[in-house]
Design a protein around this ligand. Structure first.
Ligand SMILES: Cc1ncc(COP(=O)(O)O)c(C=O)c1O
Length: 407
């Protein structure tokens, strides 16, 4: 599909066959004290989009600016939609659904961005992709690299969670721990691509990360019988997933396939609430310290904060903040009452639905269709259960022991 780029902040349009990252004029002014400027939005050709409306079915691939080579090699998408009946009854939400992106190849939503970045690299005849990540993005890109035979250079803060890092090492990426923060790793990965070439996949810095993430909305549209849910709950850190979800529905609307955007809700931990605060106050300053236990959404300077705030307003969405204790409770509730096992960042979205429960019913009625995006599997972070859940002691290998145990 034909496309151009538009700066999210100054609106300047860029027409380029080359790989573009940011609007140079806006990005030049970034000083680290407030949310970065200059991220680019991929604008699809309106005529090409309208052609899609004539089709009986569309797939996410139809809406991508790059062709995905042999999608079955790295099968991203088609994740199940669960209808958690017990929770629907408990909370009086008849049309409650959960989109299980925890079922993607590397176990998180980030595969959606990595799929398109791999396609971008292949289209531009590049074999090397560098990025900074604290976990899921690195694991997803490394997974794509293993599937397509691409070289992945991953810069991570040395303190990053071990389980997610181990995944990237196992997939065969070159992992470079940095004695510094995620922001330091981000800067070093850019320095790397400037010196050694290749594609840079840093979240939001490469606009194709947002574009790849939009595939979830196209999928939801088809899976739900060619309509969008009324309300979609998204867990938010950098605001890149949020923007991707928005962009998918936006493209569907531009194509004429839906006539109204769903309300897309930004859910954050109160211990990492930069975007929610900016949406409430209009102040785009970075926060001092993000301390949430949900490590994937722990962000002080959100890489895509400005675009996310703009989109919350454009779709008549809102920001809901929850405590870490509510996130951890939501995680256990999903596991025990819906059979859905997700990492804390993903559970944050469900905690948001719980918090807004009464308001949703008052505002839209109990028939409102609410979709919760569950973005990462629980196996990503088993350490979070330490001290909260324990494995029972072993019994002796005897019938007597069984009787004693259950009598
Ligand atoms: C599982 C999971 N959920 C949610 C998010 C938040 O996405 P974003 O940082 O784009 O807001 C992330 C980001 O790493 C994630 O890994």
């Amino acid at each position: 599909m034909r496309f151009t780029y538009e700066c999210c902040d100054c609106g300047k349009v860029f027409e380029s066959e080359e790989v573009l990252y940011q609007c140079p004029e806006c990005a030049e002014k970034n000083d680290g004290s407030s949310f970065p400027k200059g991220n680019l939005i991929v604008k699809l050709n309106k005529e090409d989009l309208e052609e899609l409306a004539k089709r009986e079915h569309v797939t996410m691939y139809d809406f991508f600016p790059y062709t995905i080579p042999t999608p079955e090699v790295y099968p991203v998408g088609g994740t199940p939609i669960a209808k958690p009946a017990r929770l629907a009854k408990k909370y009086g939400l008849k049309n409650l659904t959960c989109k299980l992106d925890s079922a993607l190849p590397s176990g998180s939503f980030k595969d959606r961005a990595s799929q398109l970045i791999a396609a971008q690299a292949i289209a531009h005849k590049q074999n090397r992709i560098a990025l900074a990540s604290t976990g899921n993005a690195g694991a997803a890109m490394s997974c794509a690299g293993a599937a397509y035979g691409l070289e992945i250079i991953l810069f991570v803060p040395a303190t990053a969670p071990i389980n997610k890092l181990m995944q990237s090492v196992l997939y065969g990426a070159t992992v470079v721990p940095v004695k510094g923060t995620y922001d330091d790793a981000f800067a070093l990965s850019i320095a790397y691509t400037k010196k050694f070439g290749g594609i840079n996949r840093n979240t939001a810095y490469n606009p194709m990360t947002i574009e790849g993430k939009k595939s979830i909305s196209i999928e939801l549209f088809e899976q739900m019988g060619r309509k969008a849910p009324d309300v979609v709950y998204v867990p938010v850190g950098d605001g890149c997933i949020y923007a991707g979800v928005f962009k998918g529905f936006y493209d569907l609307k531009e194509a004429g396939l839906i006539n109204k955007m769903p309300h897309i809700i930004c859910v954050q931990s109160k211990q990492s609430n930069a975007i929610s605060k900016a949406w409430e106050t209009g102040d785009f300053s970075c926060i001092d310290a993000a301390t949430t236990r949900a490590d994937s959404i722990s962000v002080e300077s959100p890489a895509n904060g400005r675009m996310a705030v703009r989109y919350i307003n454009e779709c008549d969405g809102w920001a809901t903040q929850v405590d870490d204790s509510e996130i951890l409770e939501a995680q256990l509730e999903l596991t025990r009452e819906a059979g859905i096992f997700v990492e804390p960042a993903a559970a944050c979205a469900w905690a948001g639905v719980k918090k807004d429960n009464k308001m949703l019913i008052e505002k839209f009625g109990e028939d409102v269709s609410v979709c919760t995006l569950l973005t990462g599997t629980g196996f990503k972070d088993m350490a979070v259960f330490t001290g909260r859940v324990s494995i029972p002691e072993a019994i002796e290998n005897s019938t007597e022991a069984v009787i004693k145990r259950f009598e």
